[in-house]
Design a protein around this ligand. Sequence first.
Ligand SMILES: *[C@@H]1O[C@H](CO)[C@@H](O)[C@H](O)[C@H]1NC(C)=O
Ligand SMILES: *[C@@H]1O[C@H](CO)[C@@H](O)[C@H](O)[C@H]1NC(C)=O
Ligand SMILES: *[C@@H]1O[C@H](CO)[C@@H](O)[C@H](O)[C@H]1NC(C)=O
Ligand SMILES: *[C@@H]1O[C@H](CO)[C@@H](O)[C@H](O)[C@H]1NC(C)=O
Ligand SMILES: *[C@@H]1O[C@H](CO)[C@@H](O)[C@H](O)[C@H]1NC(C)=O
Ligand SMILES: *[C@@H]1O[C@H](CO)[C@@H](O)[C@H](O)[C@H]1NC(C)=O
Ligand SMILES: *[C@@H]1O[C@H](CO)[C@@H](O)[C@H](O)[C@H]1NC(C)=O
Ligand SMILES: *[C@@H]1O[C@H](CO)[C@@H](O)[C@H](O)[C@H]1NC(C)=O
Ligand SMILES: *[C@@H]1O[C@H](CO)[C@@H](O)[C@H](O)[C@H]1NC(C)=O
Ligand SMILES: *[C@@H]1O[C@H](CO)[C@@H](O)[C@H](O)[C@H]1NC(C)=O
Ligand SMILES: *[C@@H]1O[C@H](CO)[C@@H](O)[C@H](O)[C@H]1NC(C)=O
Length: 408
Amino acid sequence: MGTKAIFFLCITCLFCGLAYPHRQLLQDAAAPTIFDVTTFGALSNNDTFDNAQPFMQAWIQACKNSTTPAKVLIPNGVFLTGPTVFGGPCTSPKPIILEVVGTIKATTDPSEYVSPEWVAFEDIDGLVVTGNGTFDGQGSSVWQYNDCRTNPNCVNLPSSLQFSRVNNTIVKDITSLNSKQFHYHLHKCYNFSAWNLNITAPKNSPNTDGMHVGSSDEVNVTSSVIGTGDDCISIGQGTTNVYISNITCGPGHGISVGSLGKRPLDKSVSGISVKNCTFIGTTNGARIKTYIGKSPGEAKGIVYEGLIMDNVQNPIVIDQSYGSKKVRQASVSLWKISDVHFRGIKGTTVSNVALSLQCSVVNPCQGVEVADVDLSFSGTQRNTTFVSSCANTPNATFTGTINPPPCL
Ligand SMILES: *[C@@H]1O[C@H](CO)[C@@H](O)[C@H](O)[C@H]1NC(C)=O
Ligand SMILES: *[C@@H]1O[C@H](CO)[C@@H](O)[C@H](O)[C@H]1NC(C)=O
Ligand SMILES: *[C@@H]1O[C@H](CO)[C@@H](O)[C@H](O)[C@H]1NC(C)=O
Ligand SMILES: *[C@@H]1O[C@H](CO)[C@@H](O)[C@H](O)[C@H]1NC(C)=O
Ligand SMILES: *[C@@H]1O[C@H](CO)[C@@H](O)[C@H](O)[C@H]1NC(C)=O
Ligand SMILES: *[C@@H]1O[C@H](CO)[C@@H](O)[C@H](O)[C@H]1NC(C)=O
Ligand SMILES: *[C@@H]1O[C@H](CO)[C@@H](O)[C@H](O)[C@H]1NC(C)=O
Ligand SMILES: *[C@@H]1O[C@H](CO)[C@@H](O)[C@H](O)[C@H]1NC(C)=O
Ligand SMILES: *[C@@H]1O[C@H](CO)[C@@H](O)[C@H](O)[C@H]1NC(C)=O
Ligand SMILES: *[C@@H]1O[C@H](CO)[C@@H](O)[C@H](O)[C@H]1NC(C)=O
Ligand SMILES: *[C@@H]1O[C@H](CO)[C@@H](O)[C@H](O)[C@H]1NC(C)=O
């Protein structure tokens, strides 16, 4: 190409930039302005330097002072970081991006965490969190202080990634390792999609739910690998329209709706779908759990479909006596469960009771469908009884292949 041709091209480009301003916008969307935390004083590979301030300063410039689309970059390296808030609303064009390439390591002194979150995203509309990086909560330093098993008023340890009042979010490719308590906690979020997440903590780490969703609407979590010490995903009160698919869960306590009704103001849950997931060596698979409850609530419109159980203890569970010591006593839960479907669930279980539907005496479950559930016993106990157990499920239906045999 001659000099003239290059000159002509440049002039043409200049003109199209002026004549078609939307092309400029498209270019900006493809290449946001980068706010690299190291240019705000962040130091990697330093065991004493807390990067929270440089991270937040980079965020404030990107969110509140950029007129072009902005990306905060955490580059390669290990960045020690205490409690960090990425707050909105942002005035920069949507979405704001946080790209994590390196590892962010939480500080370990629990007294630093005045509210139970490590990295908090708040009041943002249009957020992308991406990168192949890791949030390492360094939970093993504090798991010993978790006494929630014995103390009903236990203090919550921090969640690694807290999303509060954040709308229109994408989270992908990120690893969360050894959270102090929950890995992800969503509260009052709308339109949240996550995929290709890696969530990892030991089997015996306390209350390390992979993702706890509360008071949120339109949440999709797909194509992720979750192995942790509590529920892989738990769907808490006030949540609607959650779609979960292609999750590998284990170790862990399964994918649960609930627990619901612990607090008097707990709101209903509806529109939950869990499809094409695999559970490996988990304590539960598909579970719905409610407390007896202090005021009424409902859990309805719940579909568990196309699940594979691999040596799971309790593959299918409705438990309306959750948190009650007198589990043998019939539940008098004020919570009402209806329109629940367990379809196409196959594989192996290590317990004698593979399907357990224990509903409330005062609010029997309505419209529970069990279809094509084919489980076999792979346990080692001498007791070879292999059964279903149901209480207060007046019009449950069983269709297709059902193993263990239906309880009716
Ligand atoms: C690590 O950070 C401290 C401040 O907390 C600083 O004094 C020290 O020089 C840093 N070390 C290195 C190797 O950068
Ligand atoms: C906003 O950004 C400009 C540069 O883009 C900078 O000069 C200015 O100091 C920033 N304002 C604040 C309040 O940080
Ligand atoms: C998120 O959406 C809700 C309504 O769905 C709205 O009330 C709230 O202000 C929005 N938050 C942000 C940060 O945009
Ligand atoms: C993440 O990607 C960067 C390049 O974008 C690469 O240098 C780094 O090694 C990757 N880290 C991991 C843990 O794969
Ligand atoms: C949900 O959020 C995504 C990502 O920000 C956005 O592309 C999509 O339009 C949003 N959907 C709705 C219904 O607002
Ligand atoms: C979630 O997935 C469902 C079903 O595939 C889809 O209808 C819905 O729009 C998705 N919502 C979000 C927030 O991505
Ligand atoms: C998830 O992350 C952990 C910790 O970095 C790693 O050991 C494991 O191989 C990862 N799993 C997947 C499926 O990427
Ligand atoms: C399921 O998730 C895995 C990651 O765990 C991914 O590699 C695979 O492509 C996903 N499958 C589908 C059909 O989305
Ligand atoms: C689940 O898998 C089936 C069969 O592979 C497929 O047809 C369906 O689209 C998948 N559903 C979801 C939500 O991934
Ligand atoms: C179950 O019974 C209740 C009334 O007792 C009724 O409202 C509901 O439609 C029934 N559901 C099914 C699936 O038969
Ligand atoms: C075998 O297990 C079933 C179901 O848990 C139980 O009802 C039964 O009592 C057990 N039998 C023996 C001999 O332990």
